[in-house]
Design a protein around this ligand. Structure first.
Ligand code: SF4
Ligand SMILES: [Zn+2]
Ligand SMILES: [Zn+2]
Length: 321
């Protein structure tokens, strides 16, 4: 197996590109794909302060690493979800990476900052764990980005994630979600600009990127993911991809190029109806936002409007780049 670029020994085959790559050219491929996505969607402007949401897993650490290497002003944001050993281990991976790269890591902990955790929160709110978790993370990400004066919030969603979300949205014809499923969402009152620079990389590639770059990521899956519909959509698409390499790419990028615009009017209408939450000030369609309602039901606390329970920046030591 030879590298397509230099003909040296290859370490990975990327069937979607019908090519093999050595370590050097695979790392270059990953960076190039990220830059291409960022250019195509004008994700990050020169001088932007970027906050990357890090879970300690392969995608978010690969993204943070690539953005640092590309010279962006980027800090990490880790949110402790209170999911037992899984959360402890994920925090350790995020902190170790920050120290190794000498990068700033901002930490927010749901149990200590808001008085609830995801298992209790999901039970109290009678929501599936991933629904309570996704909503909590979105709220904390937005708040941390705005409070910290960041221009952009970057997340590690990869091609597999986006194709699976699209599959679910199409399967159930969630047309309002389809209108919002873009690699960039512009900033507006109460929301930072949100970008997904990994959309051109598959899950297998971000894992391989971490391995060849020596990034120690959390391999374990979250214990609450079992039974999650997103995983079954991923598995279904993996079956298709195994016989038709490139199918996920065509599905997702074909949607962006040829269909997504058709659903945007509906998503815009939804956005116009937003009010400020009476308790925390975040944009919402109801008097009190879903996050504050969940925290209340779970017996936690949200400070009205203020950052009293907001993120505390922690800069971890500088180490070799
Ligand atoms: S699998 Fe679900 S509960 Fe676990 S971190 Fe992801 S969204 Fe949260
Ligand atoms: Zn090569
Ligand atoms: Zn609120």
């Amino acid at each position: 197996m030879k590298c397509r670029v230099c003909r040296g020994p290859a370490v990975i085959d990327v069937r979607r590109h019908n090519a093999n790559f050595c370590v050097e050219h695979f790392v270059k491929l990953c960076r190039d794909q990220v830059q291409k996505a960022m250019r195509e969607w004008s994700m990050i402007q020169p001088g932007d302060k970027v906050l990357v949401a890090v879970s300690g897993g392969k995608d978010s650490l690969a993204l943070w690493d690539i953005l640092l290497d590309l010279g962006y002003d980027v800090s990490g944001l880790y949110v402790g979800l209170g999911i037992g050993d899984y959360s402890d281990a994920s925090a350790t991976h995020a902190r170790e990476f920050a120290v190794k790269r000498g990068a700033e890591l901002i930490e927010v902990d749901l149990p200590s900052d808001y008085g609830y955790d995801i298992p209790d929160g999901s039970r109290a709110a009678r929501r599936a764990p991933c629904s309570a978790c996704g909503m909590s993370k979105r709220h904390v990400f937005d708040k941390a980005a705005l409070d910290g004066g960041f221009d952009v919030l970057a997340t590690g969603h990869n091609l597999d994630d986006e194709a699976a979300v699209l599959f679910g949205n199409v399967l159930h014809w969630q047309t309002d979600y389809l209108g919002r499923q873009l690699p960039v969402l512009p900033a507006r009152d109460g929301f930072p600009r949100k970008v997904k620079p990994l959309v051109r990389l598959a899950e297998r590639e971000t894992a391989a990127y971490c391995v060849v770059r020596g990034i120690d990521y959390l391999v374990e899956e979250c214990p609450m993911a079992a039974g999650n519909r997103h995983l079954s959509y991923k598995e279904a698409l993996n079956v298709v991809e195994s016989t038709s390499p490139g199918a996920k790419h065509d599905f997702y990028f074909g949607f962006l190029a040829r269909a997504s615009e058709r659903f945007q009017a509906e998503a815009e209408t939804d956005r116009e109806d937003l009010l400020a939450c009476l308790q925390c000030g975040a944009p919402t369609t109801t008097e009190v936002c879903a996050f504050c309602r969940l925290v209340e039901r779970a017996g936690g606390h949200v400070e009205p409007g203020g950052p009293a329970h907001g993120p505390q920046p922690v800069t971890l030591g500088r180490g070799p780049r």
